[in-house]
Design a protein around this ligand. Structure first.
Ligand SMILES: Cc1cc2nc3c(=O)[nH]c(=O)nc-3n(C[C@H](O)[C@H](O)[C@H](O)COP(=O)(O)OP(=O)(O)OC[C@H]3O[C@@H](n4cnc5c(N)ncnc54)[C@H](O)[C@@H]3O)c2cc1C
Length: 382
């Protein structure tokens, strides 16, 4: 079967769904090609920061005119505890809510919303061949798709990125599991543990009657990530060694330079390398770059702008954050910096809360200016 569409989106995660929904709103033909079928799991700690929630709310308002249903969230927290190994450092009450989701629920809800707006989803399909010169994709079932614009939203390992000739980004490697909540962790806190990894952290997040426990670190072949997580679980009485641990990548570093390369194709979300290296947060970027790609398609189709230029213009601020987070992330985890940080913040609940509210929940500062953030805090905040 031959399909003709203005925009073909490869990947039906948050980035792809967001792009598709914004295109549906203005009646531009599009389709999503998704490798798997829904409902499906995706390895993720499911922490939705305030800025991500705002982006999600805007998307849902645009799509169906309602608020995001509260049932989507499995937990909420306004308290964060930092540790260095098992030494407690801070216990902070934050102003912005941390919302938690199971990705099975979030991704399912987003794709259902896309379908509700009339979006066309092809599940269990992959691209067998990218004929970029003729704007044609051959799918694994023999179908062909002729498009004007190609949107790569196929995640961290993105086959579309490879087909477009961009080099792979560096990766954070994560391992994660869900375990039953224990009494010691039943206080609705988000917990972050430094000191277990070379350039990353262990997290314990509340998820209803379970805990999401995972780690993320700069990827090194020799590090035995599963072993580290198992030891953490065991020493905290969270598991006896029998839980299933899975692994996945998050891209980090500089985003591929999308100013160059194929003129009518862009990469969004993880495929485009849009993730915060310090926190590992990617949902905000997935939803935001999905919207940016849709806007770029809308402007390109109306003849007002060039797709690539418009997309790069709209995503420049996200690429900057990604770049700075990678630079600062590398420094932050160096032994002398981490040791100084550990001593300096011990018991400083207020500054940590201010950092979380202004740098994690919102990007009120960029990572190049962390000193200013703490100076502002001392001066009573912005
Ligand atoms: C362990 C872990 C914990 C994380 N925790 C958080 C967190 O707490 N908060 C946060 O904001 N971010 C977190 N992230 C990052 C976040 O999960 C990603 O940034 C986000 O999922 C990116 O969305 P996306 O749509 O770009 O990619 P994805 O969610 O990966 O979606 C890509 C889609 O493309 C599909 N696909 C893949 N290959 C093909 C193909 N060949 N053809 C067709 N379809 C294909 C996939 O099946 C998938 O549906 C975490 C990541 C990991 C690994």
């Amino acid at each position: 079967m031959d399909h003709f569409t203005d925009a073909v989106i490869i990947g039906g995660g948050p980035a792809g769904s967001s792009c598709g929904i914004y295109l549906q709103r203005v009646g531009i033909s599009n389709m999503i090609i998704e490798k798997r079928s829904f409902p499906k799991d995706k390895l993720c700690a499911g922490l939705v920061t305030e800025k991500t929630y705002r982006q999600l709310s805007k998307l849902i308002k645009t799509a169906v005119g309602t608020d995001v249903p509260d049932e989507i969230f499995c937990d909420k927290s306004k308290r964060i505890k930092l540790f260095y190994k098992d030494e407690p450092l801070t216990d902070s009450a934050v102003s912005s809510l941390f919302r938690l989701v199971f990705r099975r629920d979030l991704d399912g809800y987003l794709i259902e919303t896309y379908k509700k707006t009339g979006g066309v989803l092809y599940e269990n399909r992959t691209v067998k061949e990218y004929d970029l010169d003729n704007n044609t994709l051959s799918l694994d079932n023999g179908d062909t798709v002729k498009y004007k614009y190609l949107i790569g939203a196929d995640g961290a390992l993105s086959p579309t990125r490879k087909a477009l000739g961009y080099k792979s980004p560096d990766y954070i490697f994560c391992t994660e599991t869900f375990v039953p909540k224990t009494a010691a962790f039943d206080d609705n806190c988000v917990r972050i543990y430094f000191g277990y990894l070379n350039k990353g952290y262990v997290w314990v997040f509340p998820h209803k009657d379970t805990l999401c426990v995972g780690l993320g670190d700069e990827y090194r072949k020799k590090t035995e990530y599963e072993k580290v997580l198992r030891a953490f679980l065991l020493s905290n009485g969270l598991d006896d060694g029998s839980c299933k641990i899975k692994g996945a990548f998050i891209p980090y570093g500089e985003c591929p330079d999308q100013k160059r390369g194929c003129k009518n194709a862009v990469l969004i979300g993880d495929a485009g390398g849009f993730a915060d290296q310090i926190t590992g947060e990617g949902l905000y970027f997935a939803l935001s770059t999905g919207e940016a790609a849709a806007n770029a398609v809308i402007n390109a189709l109306s003849g007002k702008a060039d797709l690539k230029k418009e997309f790069c213009r709209q995503t420049a601020k996200f690429a900057e954050i990604v770049k700075h987070s990678a630079k600062k992330g590398k420094m932050f985890y160096m032994d002398p910096v981490m040791n100084a940080f550990r001593k300096k913040i011990k018991g400083k609940n207020g500054p940590v809360a201010y950092f979380c509210d202004n740098q994690i929940s919102e990007y009120n500062y960029d990572y190049s200016d962390i000193t200013k953030l703490f100076t502002d805090y001392k001066a009573g905040g912005r």
